[in-house]
Ligand binder design. Structure first.
Ligand code: PLP
Length: 391
């Protein structure tokens, strides 16, 4: 099997499994309890909190454990608007976990350019003309479909100038393996991450919230996480997440090199082999330094993603069209639409995403299978490619 869908979910790292097992068996106490077993679970949580704080460049008290990226994003948006009122603003390429709560609360969406970067002038205009004070701006650090990395400093400057006092949140769920989040998000007030994107288990994440920022809780209960996220913490998942994050940080620079090399071999090979193929957010021949090292995102003219994924799976290749955490439905991608990619081309997109278990064999399997599958689908639909490759 060739797993090329790491952006959807990663295999759990051995260090994370090892850290998790005792929490499930011998150290199973409720971290809020008073006895020895409970205290030991609570100590494990404290250690995990310190680790995650180091990874994200915040203080341990600023870590709020959540049930994953979706909860962290929802807590960021609902928590600020619930506590302060005012309006929320996010970019047009956000994951639905940000986009939906922002739109649900009557917030505004800032456009991006063809490279997937927030249009700073349009953002400034939106902040000035929002009708009521903007209290939250949310812009993701790395996009889950294209891998485009958004520099946050310029966003921070626009927010400070045009919506002074607003909180800046960043969804760094896709970034942790490929970007030094502590440095890249140093100017953000809140940061979301999710364990299953970096070799931890599903259902565990963090919202880092800078001191002095009050959140309205999404559920009321026992006061865990200083009342910011009530409910018994998923101690096994949290401990495993911290072990995975430590692993990531220790090997990050080398993995960016290794996986970036594999990704370039894959993207360059497919672009050379398949005419009428477009790489999102990367002009022909340009470096891919604007993207995370693991994502190869291509769109093939005259092809339907769904059929392509079906053929690739027959060759034992697991991939995605766009974001695969939005129910599996093949809706046209709002990310590509926001970048100005036409509906027809967007319908032929393929995301191959690599990660810590990816090998040359995985890449070579895709290099062999994708051109054949695309050709088959184009033959079937009568699509002609005799004009040669462009874009
Ligand atoms: N944000 C981004 C950028 C994502 O890619 C995802 C999942 O794919 C999420 C949020 C949601 O995270 P989770 O699956 O942990 O709920």
């Amino acid at each position: 099997m060739h797993y090329l869908d790491h952006a959807a979910g990663t295999p759990v790292r051995p260090a994370a499994v090892e850290a998790m097992l005792p929490m499930l068996t011998t150290e199973f106490g409720n971290p809020s309890g008073a006895h020895r077993l409970a205290r030991s679970a609570n100590r494990a949580l404290d250690e995990a909190r310190e680790t995650m704080a180091g990874v994200l460049g915040v203080h341990p008290g600023e870590i709020v454990f959540t049930s994953g990226g979706t909860e962290a994003d929802n807590l960021a948006v609902n928590g600020i608007i619930g506590a302060r009122g005012g309006r929320a603003v996010c970019s047009a390429v956000e994951h639905h976990a940000v986009l939906e709560p922002v739109e649900h609360l009557g917030g505004l969406v800032a456009p991006v350019d063809g490279r997937g970067l927030v249009d700073l002038d349009a953002l400034a205009e939106l902040l000035e003309g929002s009708g009521e004070p903007v209290t939250l701006v949310s812009v993701m650090l790395a996009n889950n479909e294209t891998g485009v990395i958004q520099p946050l400093e310029p966003i921070r400057a626009v927010v400070d100038e045009h919506a002074a006092g607003a909180v800046l949140h960043t969804d760094a769920v896709q970034a942790l393996c490929w970007v030094d989040v502590a440095a890249a998000a140093a100017c953000a007030d809140m940061i979301s991450v999710s364990a299953h994107k970096f070799g931890g288990p599903k259902g565990t994440g963090v919202l880092a919230v800078r001191d002095g920022i009050t959140l309205a809780p999404m559920q009321r209960g026992g006061g865990q996480e200083k009342g910011r996220r009530n409910g018994t913490q998923n101690a096994p998942g949290i401990v495993a997440m911290a072990a995975a994050a430590s692993d990531v940080v220790a090997g990050r620079a080398a993995e960016i090199e290794r996986v970036g090399g594999l990704r370039n071999r894959l993207a360059d090979g497919l672009l050379a082999a398949i005419p009428k193929t477009h790489e999102s957010a990367v002009p022909v021949g340009a470096e891919r330094s604007n993207k995370t090292a693991n994502i190869c995102h291509l769109a093939f003219e005259g092809v339907e993603s769904e059929a392509l994924l079906f053929l690739l799976e027959k060759d034992d290749i697991m991939a995605s069209a766009a974001s695969s955490c939005s129910s599996g439905a093949q809706d046209p991608s709002h990310v590509l639409a926001a970048m100005g990619v036409g509906r027809q081309l967007a319908a032929g997109s393929l995301r191959l995403s690599l990660g810590h278990t990816s090998t040359v064999a995985d890449v070579d399997a895709a290099l062999a299978a994708v051109p054949t599958a695309v050709e088959r689908l184009r033959d079937h639909s009568g699509y002609a490619t005799n004009e040669g490759r462009h874009g």
